[in-house]
Design a protein around this ligand. Structure first.
Ligand SMILES: Cc1cc2nc3c(=O)[nH]c(=O)nc-3n(C[C@H](O)[C@H](O)[C@H](O)COP(=O)(O)OP(=O)(O)OC[C@H]3O[C@@H](n4cnc5c(N)ncnc54)[C@H](O)[C@@H]3O)c2cc1C
Length: 304
């Protein structure tokens, strides 16, 4: 077992890299996998990451990878296809049937996949003027003309959240019927409503600036930004193979205060756990997970 790693980290977004950096600084033999698909790959800049506000996501991660490898951590770009818990002290990670890596601890930092509208034009503006996260991009739409694309009964609360930054809001029900109670809430906050189906988004595709939404009928709507919230799903189902419990309320990986999942030796950090889904939070969780993984790896004879 000469190639037994102390910890294998699956995922090199802010959570995985932050954990890998700390683990490497604790001098643990650490291997990190990623397949270069961080959640915010469509964003033009990471907002609200203290000291790095606005940094392009790819640059933040490239810097992080550099810091990890400079401390002796190994990073491999490869898609992990399966994982196996042999015992609470022994895990196997497969990148193909022939390539198997082994470790004493496993950290899942595989992030989430966003469900996005399939409206023509969406991709051209996503991350620049079409957003899903008011915490990340609300400030950028301060006093602007903002449309909110509805998808379910939570959309009214989601729209009201944006009143923090602008009063110029319009709720697009996208052909869905609006409940009487929801209409009353929108009226109370003076949020305008359009009910026709949204068939396209248009604007300056060079700069990514949205200019209007096109409807199945009626006049186009001139707007500066659009928010949507269709939900997310876990990027991998490794938790199923490992038997990790999900949080019943949000369907994400349940972890205790040490970031250990319900399976001994398997830890989780970042968007896969039930906290705010922000890069800075993911990085902090990665660091916390690493601290506890380190503590769990200290041999018995060194514990005072
Ligand atoms: C459009 C957009 C804009 C955003 N803007 C902001 C913002 O301005 N500010 C902010 O704080 N947050 C922002 N976020 C949220 C932020 O991106 C996430 O909170 C953060 O990326 C979570 O980090 P993470 O490490 O948990 O997961 P991720 O960044 O999603 O990283 C997951 C990692 O797992 C790897 N992975 C997954 N499956 C496998 C596999 N099978 N094998 C190998 N590797 C695998 C991926 O390659 C990746 O390295 C934004 C998100 C989106 C979608």
């Amino acid at each position: 077992m000469s190639d037994l790693y102390d910890c294998i980290v699956i995922g090199a977004g802010p959570a995985g890299l932050s954990a890998s950096l700390f683990l490497a600084r604790y001098l643990h033999k650490t291997l990190t996998f990623h397949h270069n698909s961080p959640r915010n790959e469509y964003a033009h800049g990471v907002h609200g990451f203290l000291g790095h506000h606005g940094i392009p996501p790819a640059e933040l991660l490239a810097r992080g990878r550099d810091e990890v490898t400079k401390h002796g951590g190994l990073i491999i770009e490869a898609c992990v296809t399966a994982v196996e818990a042999v015992s609470p002290e022994h895990f196997r990670v497969f990148v193909s049937e022939e390539k198997v890596f082994e470790s004493k601890r496993l950290l899942l930092a595989t992030g989430l996949r966003d469900l996005t509208p399939d409206c023509p034009g969406f991709r051209e503006f996503y991350g620049t003027s079409v957003h899903h996260c008011p915490d990340c991009d609300g400030y950028e739409v301060k006093d602007k003309r903002v449309a909110v694309l509805s998808h379910d009964d939570n959309s009214v609360g989601f729209a009201a959240n944006l009143l923090t930054w602008t009063r110029d809001l319009i709720f697009l029900s996208d052909g869905r019927e609006i409940l009487k109670s929801d209409r009353a809430k929108l009226d109370k906050h003076e949020i305008a409503i359009r009910t026709e189906a949204v068939v396209a988004l248009e604007g300056d595709t060079q700069t990514g600036k949205l200019e209007r939404a096109i409807f199945s009928e009626g006049e186009p709507l001139e707007c500066d930004a659009l928010f949507f919230s269709l939900g997310t799903e876990l990027a991998t189902d490794f938790h199923k193979t490992l038997g990790c419990r999900l949080d019943p309320e949000c369907g994400l990986l349940w972890v205790d205060e040490t970031h250990q999942t319900s399976v001994k030796g398997v830890y989780a950090a970042g968007d896969v756990t039930p906290r705010s889904q922000l890069a800075v939070v993911a990085a902090a969780e990665g660091a916390m997970a690493a601290i506890h993984i380190h503590r769990s790896l200290i041999p018995e004879h060194r514990r005072l």
